[in-house]
Design a protein around this ligand. Structure first.
Ligand code: MEV
Length: 432
């Protein structure tokens, strides 16, 4: 069989060593940086022991690199940590389809976090609210100097809002929202410290009792957005016409838009992509999950995080907006060697740029699921990929693995013994 050079091979057809070599040629990473992707170079047990309590070891996940992403005109190689098969293949394929429409456009609002201070035991809620709003400039000014690094980069306390919680099991009370721009860090520590620092001045000012002082994961001031347009021709495959695939995707989206049972699964598919990048970059995926799902329910009814429509020119237009509190510096983005290497690979210059990239990955992942569900169903693709894994496990590589996988899928017997048998046959015939 003719051997392909690196430039002619698809990333998935390469051996791991070839993938590393190719990534070295395509990114700022050296082969030494990439040792962070092996157990020896990744998170050490010693470092883990400094990160959490009661540490006994580290827990590994597969890490893959999603291909074909063009985001705001820039080619981005996206590291994804995920245990689920098909996620990387699906997202990379959709990113390739998106290239036909110029790739993804992504953006993010200012990295403003919200911290909540619960004010109890107030005699007069309305006058306490007025007092806080009148004294807002001093209260905010008091927070100056709290986080010099963030402030030097242009971040810091931005605003105070006061909300009246009328219906609660303990009766009405006030909540003060501190809006704090955390620049390029995830910001949980920074904003929690700021909330705690504001508690005493609020108590003195209002005569109330500052109870909880903690950030809100419904980070709806820190939104990331991604958009994509796919020409219908690019959607056609096998016996499916482009218009048919587009309309099938619109019907699938309508289901998620209208029904919370479907929306939960639809959004889970989006989070397959989002979480995988959030984890790979050392960010807090529970925060991303909490933010996404609470944002999906912001109207009072849980619904789809993405929107799919038919554009005027007939192409499929998709968009995704969700809160994303992710950083490119600080915390485990720096202390975890693999996260550090992954962030270098992505090359985002700000936390907002990273958030936009993550939103683009979520949108592509959503499209992969909808396209499969609206056409041949999800299992056929899974089976094709499973067949390829079995082919590789049987000892095939490159084009041989593709051919073997196709034969296994066609025979409907995706078993390692059968894969070895076919492979032995081929190799024997070649030498006869
Ligand atoms: C599986 O991990 C994700 C999907 O269920 C998403 C969806 O149904 O949209 C395929």
């Amino acid at each position: 069989m003719e051997r392909l050079g690196l430039e002619q091979k698809k990333f998935y057809q390469m051996s791991r060593a070839e993938r590393l070599e190719w990534l070295r040629s395509q990114s700022a990473l050296s082969l030494e940086d990439m040792t962070a992707w092996s157990p020896e170079g990744g998170l050490s047990v010693e470092r883990a022991d400094h990160m959490i309590e009661n540490a006994v070891g580290v827990f590994a996940l597969p890490l893959g690199i999603a291909q074909n992403f063009i985001i705001n005109g820039r080619k981005v190689l996206v590291p994804m940590a995920v245990e689920e098969p098909s996620v990387l293949a699906g997202v990379s394929f959709m990113a390739r389809l998106a290239q036909a429409g110029g790739g993804f456009r992504a953006s993010a609002s200012a990295p403003e976090m919200i911290a909540q201070i619960q004010l109890l035991d107030l005699k007069d809620l309305n006058s306490a609210r007025e007092t806080i709003l009148t004294r807002k400039p001093e209260l905010l000014a008091d927070l100056a100097g709290l986080h010099p690094t963030i402030e030097k980069l242009g971040g810091g306390a931005r605003d105070l809002e006061v909300r009246l919680i009328e219906n609660s099991p303990i009766g009405p009370f006030l909540v003060v929202h501190l809006i704090y721009d955390v620049r390029d860090v995830m910001g949980a520590n920074a904003v929690n410290t700021a909330a705690e620092a504001l508690a005493l001045p609020l108590e003195r000012l209002t005569g109330g009792r500052a109870h909880l002082r903690i950030l809100s994961n419904l980070a709806d001031r820190r939104l990331a957005k991604a958009e994509v347009r796919i020409p219908t021709e690019a959607l056609a495959f096998a016996e499916y016409r482009g218009e048919q695939v587009r309309d099938g995707i619109l019907e699938a989206w309508a289901f998620a838009a209208a029904d919370p049972y479907r929306a939960a699964t639809h959004n889970k598919g989006i989070m397959n992509g989002v979480d995988a990048v959030v984890i790979a970059t050392g960010n807090d995926w529970r925060a991303a999950e909490a933010g996404a799902h609470s944002y999906a329910a912001r109207s009072g009814r849980y619904t789809s995080l993405s929107t799919w429509t038919c554009a005027q020119d007939g192409s499929l237009a998709g968009s995704l907006e969700l809160p994303l509190a992710v950083g490119i510096t600080g915390g485990s983005t720096q202390s975890h060697p693999t996260a550090r290497a992954n962030l270098r690979l992505i090359g985002a210059r700000t936390s907002g740029e990273l958030a936009g990239i993550i939103a683009a990955v979520g949108l592509a992942q959503n499209l992969a699921a909808l396209r499969a569900l609206a056409t041949e169903g999800i299992q056929r693709g899974h089976m094709r990929l499973h067949a390829r894994q079995v082919a590789v496990a049987a000892g095939a590589s490159g084009e041989e693995a593709d051919r073997l996988a196709a034969q296994l899928a066609q025979e409907g017997a995706i078993k390692i013994e059968r894969a070895r048998e076919i492979l032995d046959d081929w190799r024997k015939n070649k030498h006869d």
